[in-house]
Design a protein around this ligand. Structure first.
Ligand SMILES: Cc1cc2nc3c(=O)[nH]c(=O)nc-3n(C[C@H](O)[C@H](O)[C@H](O)COP(=O)(O)OP(=O)(O)OC[C@H]3O[C@@H](n4cnc5c(N)ncnc54)[C@H](O)[C@@H]3O)c2cc1C
Length: 424
């Protein structure tokens, strides 16, 4: 078994990083080369701005190269709870931003010729318990009537041709898509470079200073200056940006991938070939890879660490979860096991805007593979002074009480959700 991301292992290496010293003055310096940072850099460079991307590791090293590969439309929350928390107007705007995000990615993939198996697969939100189906049905009625007619409610009987496991029904969101995340992130970096963005890898920003209308960003390889800074560091945000560290809780999420399944195994497990998410609080998400592996993820443990040791422990839990759902795969080998950090906010809504002199977009809370590209571009437009399309502009973002960067409270949160799952 390989302890590395399947997406990292099966994508080409980005060849466009600039070697030599990190130096120069730029209109915009983007910190972080995941989907947010690279989409912003491409958009800014296309508009003629002089852009530098500073990445601590390699492009796509963070969540963008480690996720489950789902481009699901709609909100992770129920639409009903989003309306209650955000008000109707903002809930609808955010719902539609997720739809637009998938259209945006589809357009970039076509325009830049990125070979990443983008496919409108549709998503199933699967009811793990009979009572969960009632909640899914209530949410479906509101979604279907008010914001997304491209949805359907499937009964347990309807699911027979979709999935070889006894779920109690599902909501189908037809606009949802999937793609090869590693090939997309490298394609996005190539496109940004083609449009003129300068990318520095192994260039962790360790100091940020501001004065006289310009920023100075120091890395071990040198210093750049810039008129604007976009912080696109998500769950990996460094301590120098304390404002964000007090508002983002970095939580591990973990994934295993089987060997490629045979056609008979697929027919017995995932004949619908969609992205699938279960309805438990500590649930699972899964899909087939382009080479027919089952990519199966979940929170598994409430850990703030993702390294080989932590990923292996989570991988064992995930294998047990996988066999609960698909006992027919009991003899199938696991080829990959990896993890990454998710940038959670307290209310699980993302945040983007301008604070303390810097622009930012982050806090996707495990539902950002699509929105990160879109919000990166929206923030690029804001930097360029264009019309502001930010669906979450001005959304209040208080610090998490008692949180200064290391989430000591995660085991308690895990216990809380485990208890909910037992009784709900
Ligand atoms: C295991 C897992 C599964 C997921 N599954 C899904 C899914 O199926 N669907 C979905 O919608 N979302 C999913 N997500 C979430 C999604 O992947 C993220 O929301 C999205 O990739 C965020 O992109 P980003 O560019 O904002 O952040 P990232 O991709 O994390 O990029 C941030 C970058 O900043 C860099 N950085 C940090 N500090 C510095 C510094 N000081 N200097 C320079 N660079 C720095 C990091 O190295 C990193 O490369 C998942 C996440 C994980 C971890």
């Amino acid at each position: 078994m390989k302890f590395k991301s399947y997406w990292h292992d099966t994508a080409p290496t980005f060849q466009g990083a600039v070697q030599g010293p990190v130096e120069g003055h730029y209109d915009v310096a983007v910190i972080g080369a995941g989907f947010t940072g690279l989409a912003a850099a491409r958009h800014l460079a296309k508009a003629g701005a002089k852009v530098a991307v500073l990445e601590a590791e390699r492009i796509g090293w963070g969540a963008s190269g480690r996720n489950g590969g789902h481009l699901n439309n709609g909100l992770a929350h129920s639409f009903l709870s989003a309306k209650a928390a955000l008000g109707v107007e903002r809930a609808v705007a955010l719902y539609k931003a997720f739809d637009d995000s998938i259209d945006t990615i589809e357009a970039i993939v076509a325009e830049e010729g990125i070979d990443c198996d983008f496919r409108r697969a549709g998503k199933l939100k699967l009811a793990s318990k009979p009572q969960h189906f009632d909640a899914i049905a209530r949410n479906f009625e509101a979604v279907h009537a008010e914001v997304d007619p491209d949805t359907a409610l499937l009964t347990a009987a309807d699911l027979k041709g979709e999935i070889g496991s006894p779920f109690h029904g599902a909501m189908l969101s037809k606009k949802s898509a999937m793609m090869h995340m590693g090939r997309y992130v490298v394609g996005l970096a190539d496109a940004a470079a083609r449009h003129g963005a300068i990318t520095f890898e192994k260039a962790a920003v360790t100091e940020h200073r501001q004065g006289n209308g310009r920023h100075s960003l120091t890395t071990p390889r040198g210093t750049v200056t810039a008129d604007h800074v976009l912080v696109a560091t998500g769950a990996y945000t460094p301590p120098i940006f304390g404002y964000f560290r007090r508002r983002i809780v970095s939580v591990g999420s973990f994934i295993i991938a089987t060997r490629p399944l045979t056609d008979a195994e697929i027919a017995a497990t995932m004949p619908g070939n969609r992205t699938c998410v279960t309805s438990m609080n500590i649930g699972n998400y899964f899909r087939l890879a382009p080479d027919k592996r089952l990519i199966f993820g979940g929170r598994a443990r409430f850990s703030a660490t993702s390294d080989q040791n932590s990923d292996a422990k989570s991988g064992e839990i995930l294998r047990a979860n996988l066999l609960q759902i698909f006992p027919q795969l009991s003899g199938v080998e696991i080829d990959y096991c990896w993890g990454g950090l998710v940038d959670m906010t307290k209310d699980r809504y993302p945040r983007a805007g301008y604070v303390n002199g810097v622009w930012y977009a982050m806090g996707y809370s495990g539902h950002g593979a699509q929105l990160s590209t879109h919000l990166g571009m929206i923030m690029a437009d804001a930097i360029l002074g264009k019309a502001d399309r930010n669906p979450i502009k001005g959304l209040d973002w208080p610090a998490v009480p008692g949180h200064f960067g290391k989430p000591w409270f995660l085991p308690l949160v895990g216990l809380y959700y485990k208890t909910l799952d037992r009784f709900q």
